[in-house]
Ligand binder design. Structure first.
Ligand code: ARG
Ligand code: ZN
Length: 873
């Protein structure tokens, strides 16, 4: 680390500079002697020259924060003049033969590792995180995904402190050592890249189960948690077994080891990690009990457990050639986990949630300073590219590909992809080629989706010729410029659609239109009257649709047979009304509840119980960020005022009906997590949320009662959220009571922090600053940082964008403090400041000033440097 502001920027890595590795590693024999401050790592690598690479004179090894103890080549100590330390912490070794054995020993300090990359301590237990470049913090190695080796790992530790010793693959012996120490060996028969290496050691207990694959392999399943958490693993285990069965049924893919271990850890940079045979999970995505976890938490567990499991084939058996190909495994695996969850029950509601998330996180990213293609062309810090674009948009691209090649073609494509590339490190191009070869569908143009950043805008015009009965839909597309990509080409956009008659019935003509050019006409014959087009059914492409009238949107919200279009049209309709109210607010005209909006709420409530989960989604107004995104210049204050006004007006107008539903939908009997029960709770709490804003205070009384008597965290938290937004005297008591009851439960305490950070109250920033000083706040715990600082900056637009600029200053101070502790988490927090171009000139200048202040800090990490400097550009 340097001590002055960066004078020379860190290097940019480019996709076009990819070269195959000069040396390959066949076998890795690792020995870790664990100790909190001084762990010794011995590595024995069988290396050979790569026949497919240009000849190199030196062996390049990555390394970071390693203390070299010894280095031997073919048994002999290496003379110092042949070992050149690199500026980045790696080593260059000169004059190596074509085939040799390299033995190294290094010392590392897990307890000093607050980066949570490499080997670190959490609550006295040892965990590793190696993706993307953490293995180089454990030993010297060509730490790149196209070097795939077979690993044997021996772990040695104090038996009392670390009774459990886990690594990848199958167990292969264990025993005692002198001085109260013991050892265990693990052999992973499958060649793997270093980013999939893992070790877990400590005082953990297992919740065990088993799964028999369809070819008869008995797999021992275990979830490793801290003592006392055994009762909270049921949903994760159940999700795992359903995932294993689903991958067999859907893709014919079976698990390939005798054991599958999951270890849960409280300090984790991301959600979870798919290490071969030893997944490591953020506790947030494992532990759930009805009284501590919300329905959203249960859904998150199913999503992440399945995601990591599915990586075993899409990611581990077939991996990425380089990190530019990250979406090869992430986009595909997100697609697979979305498909899995949809198959478990409520496909339509799952799709709404996924689209909501894409629009909330990916669309702004694609329109902002960090916009990048699904397959990026360059990066400074790869950890900055674990993005909504690589994950969520990447999944949308796979989904469209499936629409183009058909379900059967897609399955054939997956089979071919795996048959061709098993045990290889490959590219997105290889995936597209396999899909094309297996299906016979030309995907040449489709590949533009991987190369081009930015969200395409899809516009629709239509006309009807009453004399001939011909209806014409004119679809056009354009993609706005993004950094480094001023010009865009048209992309193939599959538009799943239907036509609705004035009576609300479907007319012939439904299907998928493929818009390949900048503009195309699509005609439909034999219609008696002009229909209303229902477009992008199921959100068949990740684009922004415009061109429908308010009237058409209102009609679709009521009549479309496709639940996605029904929901989305309602949302677009509400946005249009909210934008009108924003104008009224700015002109200081009185605000009125638009009658059209009131009518659609009334219509929803008439059919509320048809599908409670859908009703809850449709009743929820578009988020403040989503509305701001539709404005040429955002106005967080006005949008917030309008949304709050509408919530109160709707709550007051329909108070009676909300109250009836709220009472009717109360949970009776045991807590259940099936779609129907979750849908009922979602609708019940949507009603409570409106009631909480209504005149008269009845909603607050209900919230207080629900908070005090709620039998599950979903209901308790929904009630607390209402109270936290209010000035009710019950607020302080509820927050204090909640803290008192749950102060020993990290994951529940995170909710306590987040709810205060997202409060609509005007004093929220003061509260957040005070909470940073709370005894339970810890800058070293990523979940806590996300719960307080992340929730405030990304989840509370009106307070974050407070006109004083205090929110910006707070975030910049937080980034600076975090960068000295955990650079990955620090860089992730920069995002909201990067959206300054969306704000008015005054706010924009304040945001830029804070970014500039961060950039001046001495010793800024390259990750934070990249985010901040690109945000300023
Ligand atoms: N591969 C993991 C997952 O999706 C993400 C790990 C990323 N970690 C990181 N530090 N960038 O599923
Ligand atoms: Zn993943």
């Amino acid at each position: 680390m340097t001590t002055t502001a960066r004078t020379n920027p860190p290097p940019t890595i480019r996709r076009e500079d990819y070269r195959p590795p000069a040396f390959l590693v066949d076998e890795v024999d690792l020995h870790l002697a664990l100790h909190p401050a001084a762990t010794r790592v011995k590595a024995r690598l069988d290396l050979r020259r790569n026949p497919a690479a240009e000849p190199a004179t030196a062996l390049e090894l990555d390394g970071e924060a390693l203390k070299l103890v010894s280095l031997r080549l073919d048994g002999a100590a290496l003379p110092p003049e042949r070992v050149r330390p690199r500026a980045d912490g790696g080593l260059s070794i000169d004059g190596v033969p074509d085939r040799f054995v390299l033995e190294s020993e290094v010392e590392i300090s897990p307890e000093a590792n607050s980066e949570l990359s490499g080997l670190y301590l959490s609550g006295g237990n040892y965990f590793t995180q190696c993706e993307a470049e953490g293995f180089r913090r454990i030993t010297f190695f060509p730490d790149r995904p196209d070097v795939m080796a077979r690993y044997t790992t021996t772990i040695e530790a104090d038996r009392a402190a670390c009774p459990v010793l886990l690594s990848n693959g199958n167990p292969d012996g264990a025993g005692d050592l002198p001085d109260g120490r013991h050892w265990a060996r693990w052999v992973d028969p499958h060649p793997k890249p270093s980013y999939l290496f893992a070790v877990v050691a400590g005082d953990l207990v297992a919740v065990r189960d088993s799964f028999t694959t369809r070819s008869g392999r008995e797999v021992a399943l275990a979830i490793w948690v801290r003592q006392g958490d055994e009762d909270a693993c049921g949903h994760a285990m159940d999700s795992l077994k359903r995932s294993m069965a689903w991958d067999e049924e859907t893709y014919g893919l079976e698990y390939d080891l005798d054991v599958f271990n999951i270890a849960a850890v409280s300090d984790f940079n991301m959600g979870a990690m798919e290490n071969k045979g030893l997944n490591v999970f953020n506790t947030k995505y494992i532990l759930a009990r009805p009284e501590t976890a919300t329905d959203a938490d249960y859904e998150g567990i199913e999503t992440v457990v399945s995601h990591e499991y599915f990586h075993n084939w899409t990611g581990n058996r077939v991996t990425c050639r380089d990190w530019f190909q990250l979406s090869l495994k992430e986009g595909l695996t997100v697609f697979r986990d979305q498909h899995f969850t949809a198959d478990q029950g409520s496909a339509a509601v799952k799709r709404l949630a996924d689209v909501r998330r894409l629009r909330a996180a990916q669309f702004p990213e694609d329109a902002g300073p960090m916009a990048h293609p699904v397959r990026p062309d360059s990066y400074v810090e790869i950890n900055n590219f674990y993005t909504a674009t690589v994950y969520q948009k990447g999944a949308e691209v796979v989904r469209m590909m499936r629409a183009l090649v058909g379900e059967a073609g897609f399955r054939k494509g997956m089979d071919l992809y795996i048959a061709r590339h098993d045990n290889q490190a490959v590219t997105i191009e290889d995936f597209a080629q396999a899909m094309q070869d297996a299906s016979g569908v030309d995907l040449t143009r489709f590949r533009r989706w991987y190369a081009q950043a930015g969200t395409p805008e899809l516009r629709v015009r239509d006309s009807f010729d009453a004399a001939t009965g011909r209806y014409t839909l004119t679809l056009s597309q354009s993609t706005p410029p993004t950094p480094g990509q001023p010009e865009k080409l048209p992309v193939p956009i599959p538009v799943r659609m239907g036509l609705i008659g004035a009576d609300g019935a479907e007319r012939p003509g439904a299907g998928v239109l493929l818009l390949e050019e900048a503009e195309q006409d699509f005609t439909f014959e034999g219609l008696e009257a002009k229909p209303v087009p229902s477009l992008l059914r199921g959100f068949s492409a990740p684009v922004k649709l415009s061109g429908l009238s308010l009237e058409q949107l209102g009609f679709l919200a009521r009549h479309d047979t496709d639940p996605f279009v029904r929901w989305d049209s309602g949302q677009q309709y509400a946005v249009a009304e909210m934008l009108r109210l924003v104008e009224d607010f700015r002109a200081q005209r009185p605000l009125d509840l638009p009658e059209g909006l009131a009518a659609s709420i009334a219509a929803l409530l008439d059919r509320a119980m048809d599908d409670p989960a859908f009703t809850a989604e449709a009743l929820t107004l578009p988020s403040e960020d989503f509305v701001s995104d539709q404005m040429p210049v955002a106005d967080p204050e006005a949008v917030h005022a309008v949304r709050q006004f509408l919530r109160a007006a709707i709550g007051t107008r329909f108070a009676g009906r909300f109250a009836v539903l709220h009472a009717e939908l109360a949970d009776h009997g045991p807590y259940r997590i099936d779609g129907a029960a979750m849908g009922r709770r979602a609708l019940r709490n949507a009603c409570l949320s409106y009631l909480g804003q209504a005149e008269g205070g009845e909603g607050l009384r209900r919230a207080e009662a629900q908070f005090n008597t709620g039998g599950n965290m979903t209901d308790v938290l929904a009630a607390l959220r209402v109270l936290a937004d209010s000035d009710s005297p019950a607020r302080e008591a509820a927050l204090a009571g909640f803290h008192g009851r749950w102060k020993q439960h990290d994951l529940v305490l995170d909710k306590w922090f987040a709810i205060q950070a997202m409060s609509a109250r005007a004093d929220t920033l003061q509260q957040v600053k005070a909470l940073v000083g709370h005894l339970d706040f810890d800058l070293r715990n990523p979940n806590r940082v996300r719960a307080l600082i992340g929730a405030f900056a990304a989840g509370n637009p009106s307070q974050f964008h407070h006109a004083s600029g205090e929110g910006y200053r707070f975030l910049a101070d937080s980034v600076i403090a975090l960068d000295a502790v955990n650079t990955q988490v620090a860089a992730r927090m920069v995002g909201p400041l990067g959206q300054w171009k969306r704000q008015d000139a005054r706010r924009g200048a304040l945001m830029r000033a804070e970014l500039a202040r961060i950039l001046e800090r001495p010793g800024l990490s390259k990750g934070t440097f990249e985010k901040v400097s690109k945000s300023l550009a």
